[in-house]
Design a protein around this ligand. Structure first.
Ligand code: SAM
Length: 354
């Protein structure tokens, strides 16, 4: 399936995964059409300081490289969040609605939802919608999850290919296509992995507002979200610049995406991975630094970088518990609850939608 494809398979047998690919189609009726990946890439690469959205890391290879990152000793967020979800599941169960439809944003390999739903036990979930831009990888991950859970997961499941960074993407998709599971069920929007850190505070606010509208459409819903916290600079930089070079490969993979989407001729060997902490913005930045003078040729653009110039490929904002709680309330959620690890590395928030 291609990035541009629109594929709906509504007639799925009961134990199969419904696949709904809205990567291009989920544009609100009012407002400008969503930009194409090509136009977004060209705009980013033409900027005086070239930059790309981190969503372009994720094709099937990028998703696998991210899974490998999660195994690295330096990459504490995945382990820490998984431990929080395990340790505090009984306390979370007191607050989370039963019989809910779960909407897993940026689900990736769906491992965190699978772990949590198993720990919460039967009755927690009445439908599961895994949302990701890397739709082929997601579909495979969900089929594996269905297979592993077997009879323990009798609820309907959907893999939804969606770029949720587009304005109102989730609420538009849900208004048009609904969610798997009972219509009036509470909705839990689940956003683990601290992927909210890829968005600036203003962008994060817009996302959280859109998702609140989805969660508030039926009584009892809310947002369960994992957030990486500010900490020692060395620990942060190591998490994004591991000794094996897996994060470097993940970062460089975006050049393959640029070549594939724009018919361009970038050579990963001409670029080096760099991770820096920007104290003023409380964010890790990932860059690709030109190792010699490089010229990109494509039918869409020509761009030259001198040796030492760079492409900005990711931001990962780090929050404090108080500032993130304020952001949630500013987005319209009720006062959130949160759970953290003893070292205060990471926090999971439950924010009721109303
Ligand atoms: C950091 S990974 C987290 C994966 C998983 N949730 C976890 O916690 O391990 C981010 C995930 O979000 C997806 N993603 C990134 N940007 C996206 C976007 N704009 N729309 C939809 N999915 C996106 C990626 O494909 C990837 O699976």
């Amino acid at each position: 399936m291609t990035w541009n494809s629109l594929l709906t398979e509504p007639a799925a047998p009961p134990d199969a995964i419904e696949l709904l690919d809205l990567l291009i189609a989920a544009t609100p009726a009012a407002g400008p059409p969503a930009p194409t990946p090509q136009s977004e890439l060209v705009q980013g690469l033409q900027s005086p300081q070239a930059g790309l959205s981190p969503k372009y890391f994720y094709d099937a290879l990028g998703s696998r490289l991210f899974e490998a990152i999660c195994e690295l000793p330096e990459y504490y967020p995945t382990r820490t969040e998984a431990a929080l979800l395990r340790t505090h599941a009984p306390s979370m169960a007191q607050s989370l609605p039963r019989g809910a439809v779960w909407v897993d944003m940026g689900a990736g390999n769906c491992a965190k939802a699978e772990q949590l739903l198993q720990t919460l036990g039967s009755g927690a979930c009445a439908g599961y919608c895994a949302v990701d831009i890397s739709v082929d990888f997601l579909h495979g991950a969900l089929q594996s999850m269905r297979h592993r859970l077997g009879a323990a997961a009798a609820w309907p499941m959907r893999a939804l290919g969606l770029d949720f960074s587009q304005p109102l993407a989730l609420s538009t998709a849900v208004a048009a296509h609904g969610l798997p599971g009972p219509a009036g069920a509470p909705r839990v929007v689940f956003y683990p992995g601290s992927s909210i850190g890829n968005f600036s505070p203003a962008q994060a606010l817009a996302l959280l507002q859109d998702w609140r509208a989805v969660a508030a459409a039926t009584p009892g819903g809310g947002l369960l979200i994992g957030v990486d916290l500010s900490k020692d600079r060395q620990e942060l930089v190591a998490a994004y610049d591991d000794a094996l070079g897996v994060t470097a490969a993940f970062n460089l993979n975006v050049l393959r995406r640029v070549n594939a989407l724009l018919g361009a001729d970038l050579n990963p060997k001409d670029w080096a991975h760099r991770a820096v902490f920007d104290e003023a913005h409380s964010r890790i930045e990932m860059h690709l630094v030109a190792q010699r003078d490089v010229t990109l040729h494509s039918a869409h653009l020509t761009r030259r970088w001198a040796a030492g110039e760079y492409i900005h490929t990711e931001n990962a904002y780090k929050w404090s518990v108080d500032r993130f709680a304020q952001l949630l309330q500013h987005a319209g959620y009720a006062a959130p609850q949160h759970w953290t690890d003893p070292a205060q590395r990471f926090a999971v928030f439950w924010a009721p939608a109303a």
